[in-house]
Every structure is written in structure tokens, then in C-alpha cells.
Ligand binder design. Sequence first.
Ligand code: DCP
Ligand code: MG
Length: 576
Amino acid sequence: MTKILKFIKPYRVAAYIALILMLIELSVELLQPLLIGKIIDEGILNNDMSVVLYWGGMMLLLSLIAFFSGITNSYYAAFVGQNLGFSIRKKLMKKVQSFSFANFNTFPHASLITRMTNDVTQVQNIVFMGLRIMLRAPLLIIGSLILAVLVNWQLALIFLITIPVVVIFLVIVMTKGGKMFRSVQQKLDTVNNVMQESLIGLRLIKAYNRRTHEVKKFMNVSNNLKEQTASALRLMEAAMPALLFIMNVCIIFILWIGREQLQATNIEVGEVVSIINYATRMTTAFSMFSFIIMAFSRARASSERIVEVLEAKIDLEDEEDGKSLEQLKGAVTFEHVSFRYPGMSTYVLKDISFHIRPGETVAILGSTGAGKSSILQLIPRLYDPTEGAVYVDGMNLKDVKMDDLRKRIGFTPQESILFSGTVEENLAWGKSDATLSEMKAAAQDAQIHETITDLKDGYETKLGQKGINLSGGQKQRLSVARALIRKPNILILDDSTSALDLQTESKVLDAIDKYKCTLFIVTQKLSTAKRADKIMLIDDGKIIEEGTHDQLMNTSTLYREIAYSQSEQGAMNSVY
Ligand code: DCP
Ligand code: MG
């Protein structure tokens, strides 16, 4: 919690103003029972109307001051709370952007979303409440106690017994509540997760008729959330009557002892009334407490979750003295690279070594799960190899600035990922200052220009979330265009032409030839592999064969088999 509170620093002036206003409001509240006592003892009991009017007027004036302090306090408290939330979110977003994939294993997306929204809101609320009422409650209790002692210490003794009892009780409730609310936030994570998955898989769910199953799953987790929240709230609600009971017993004692003392006439009626007034104010303060504790327990759980993200260790960071890459020729070397995904025990790449000269085209073939995508992800350093090293132009990737490296690489992941926004905006992802003509050139090379101009608003057409209104092949070509637009020195196409027909694909590849970049292309098609300077056959994380098409046709039975099966298919296709 303290770590989160340091985010208040820039807004501390507003926070102090809010606190001062709160203190003014509080003082008025504390003075009022004194004034009531005065009115009774000096005014009513003495039958002196002018005293009643004078002190009555004073009370009215003080109440007005308190009222306006309260309103202004709310304004400043809200200002600090909202700004704090904003700064925390900004910091979280920055941190998450720098996360490596290993970090995402620890923090699933849904959990990050809950942390950035709901958890921040909880903290925001507690800061608002803190400046508005949180301090007021304990101060009101302490102040009431002191003033009560001043008014009549014998009667005030009763408080000295009750208050510790209440405080111990509250501490117990608070510890328990904290645990319960932490679990509420976790349940909320799960609900978000299920919701997110079922929205992403909407089409699949419909196609497989899994609707009832998904709804049931959702009901299940939201029911858990409901029950966890309910039991946490029940605890808090139960605290309230218990508090009221203790405080009411306390008031009964004051009345009882007060009556005895009144009969012995060593006390005035006004004093008893003031003390009772302080007792009721304390009761309100205590019941405010149970509310505050609830919010505080929640906020504490939330702030821990936020700090977890902010303090997560990022395992893939630039070395301090990373070399900047002014230019890249495009040579890529793997030296005895073995790799396993973070947190996994099995190696998916085993002792891979190869050297690719600038401008060469490499085709990577292999069955599914062989490790093709895993090899490619190491080149823009999305992961570090577990053993061995990857070099570009003879420099170890670990020694070059990550941003510089990635700027020179065009990467199209296996699954084309587009963002909601216009076609233009999506292309500009590759190069933020791209001109329209640059975009058009890249789109033409990726054979998508005509499709785009046929769209309703051409390059300004809005794509739905994840490019939902495009076909698979269109998405692929758009992501290829996005990679081409930065005129990369190394281009990586991870099966990014799989949905294209042979003719279109060969046009795309012809266009890419002009870019004179080193090209890594994962493909299943021999027609594509044929064009490559080097073909690598991957199986089970190892390179099992490499060479040109002609060499492999001579030396590799496996390659010949693939060639044979594809020519058979070709023959079949030409029949139909
Ligand atoms: N793997 C993993 N964690 C990931 C991605 C993959 O554990 N985040 C595993 C699954 C496979 C192995 O790594 O057993 C190799 O996966 P690749 O994605 O590299 O396999 P391919 O790209 O060759 O397969 P495909 O042709 O299906 O794309
Ligand atoms: Mg793959």
C-alpha cells in the first residue's frame, strides 16, 4: 500500500488542502456537543433566551462553514484520487509493454486487465475516501474522547473500557476481510478470463454448438465470484450490528451512571447530554469504520496486485551498453542454439546451427510442431535462446539495442494480427511516418492494393476488431505489406502466404525479391521452396536436412517424398 501511495506525491498540495478542509469539518463536528451542553445549562435551564439565540446562531454559522468545507474537500479528494488512478494506469501500461513473453506466463491477459481497471479503481476509491472520511473517523473518536474527558471525566471513563474492545474487534475483522477480498479479486480475474476466451472464440463456439457449455462455464465462475463477494460482505455487515450493540451498551451505562450523579447533584444535565452526544458520534464513526475497513481491505489486496505487476522482473532487457545498429546487411547465424519456452522442461529446439548470408532466401519446411516458428521468434529476439547464441552481421543479439534490431526486421507472425483502426493505421504499424505512396507501394507488392481500393473507403476503411471483416488471405497479405513497408533488411514470413493461391504467392515473392533482403519463409509448398537459396527441413527441433532444391532432390528421401506427394496433388488438381 505504501508503494502505491507514493504515486500521490505530484498531487500532494491538493491532498493537503483536502486534509485541512477535512480537519475544519471535523472540528465543527466536535464543537457542536459542547455548544449543545452550553445552550442547555446556561440558556434553557437559566431561562435565558439570548444565550440560546447566540449559541444557536453560532452553531448555524459553524454548520455552514463545515458544509462548504465538506463540498470543497470532496472536490480535492476526487481530484487526487482520479489523478492517482491515471498515473498508476500509465505506469502499468508502460511496464506491461516492456514485458517479455515469460512475464505474460505469470500474468495472464485477463488478470492484467482486471489489475489495470478494477484494482486501480479500488485504490482510487480508497484514496478519495481517505481524504474525505478515513482520517475523520479515528480523529472523531479521539477528539470525542478528549472532549468528553474535559466535560466530565467520571462519565468518560466508560469510554476507556469500550473503545479498546471495539478496536480489537475491528482489527480481527480487518485481517479476515483482507484475505477474503483478495480472493474476490482473484475470482474476478477468472470471470474476466472466461469472458475473454468465449468472446475470442465466438465463431468456434457457435460452429461447435458449445453455447450452453460456455454459458454454464461462465455461470459457474460468476457464481463463485458472487459467493466469495457475498461472504466477504457478510463479514463486514455482521461487524456493524456488533459495533452498534457495544456502543449502545455504553450509552446505557452513561445514562445510568449519569442519573445517579444527577441525583447526587454533582453534575449538570447539559454535561450528560454532551457526553451522550459524543457517544453517538463515536458510534457513527465506528460504523463508518466497518465501511472503511471493507474498502481498505479491498484496496490493500488490489494495491498488492498492482505492485506485483510494477515490480515484476523483466528477463529480456537491453544491456546497458547495447550497440546501436545503424545498418544491417542481413547475415544471420545460429550457433548451437537450443531453446525451451520459459517455464517448460522440454527443449523445442536442439543444437541448431546455420549461417545465412545477406540477401539469401531460406525456406523452412517441417511438420507441425517441429519448431519452425520457434526458430524464427529468436531472430527479432522475442525470446533469448536457452543455450547457444544468435548473431546478426556477426554481432550477438544480446549486444545490440533491441529497438534498433527490430526496426530492421519485418516480421509477420503465423497468425496474422491486425488491430482495430483503418487499413492505413494498420500499415503505419510497420513504419509510423509512412506516406500514402509508400503504403500503396507496399500494398501493391503484397498484392493487396486492389483489394483495398475495392473496399468501401479504400485505405481509410475501418477494420473491425482484429481485422474481423477481412478474409484469412487478405489478412495475411496485409500483414506482409505491413512488414514490407519498413523496407526490412531481414524479412520473416511465418507461413504468411499459406492462404494464397500459387499464382498470387509467386507474385508476392517476385515483388519481395526486389527488396534484396534476407528472407526467412516458412512454407509447406515446394514451389516456394524451389526458389530458395537454402532449404532447411526441420523435425523435432533439429535440422535434419539442408541444401538447395536440386541437392535435396538428390540426397534426401524425405524431401523427395514431399515432392512426390505434392506433384501427385498437383496432378489431381489439374484433373478437376
Ligand atoms: N510451444 C510451446 N510454447 C509456445 C509455442 C510452442 O511450448 N508458446 C511448443 C509446441 C511445439 C514446439 O514448441 O511442440 C514447437 O512449436 P512451433 O510453434 O515452433 O512449431 P511449428 O511452427 O513448427 O508448427 P506449425 O507448423 O504448427 O506452426
Ligand atoms: Mg509455426
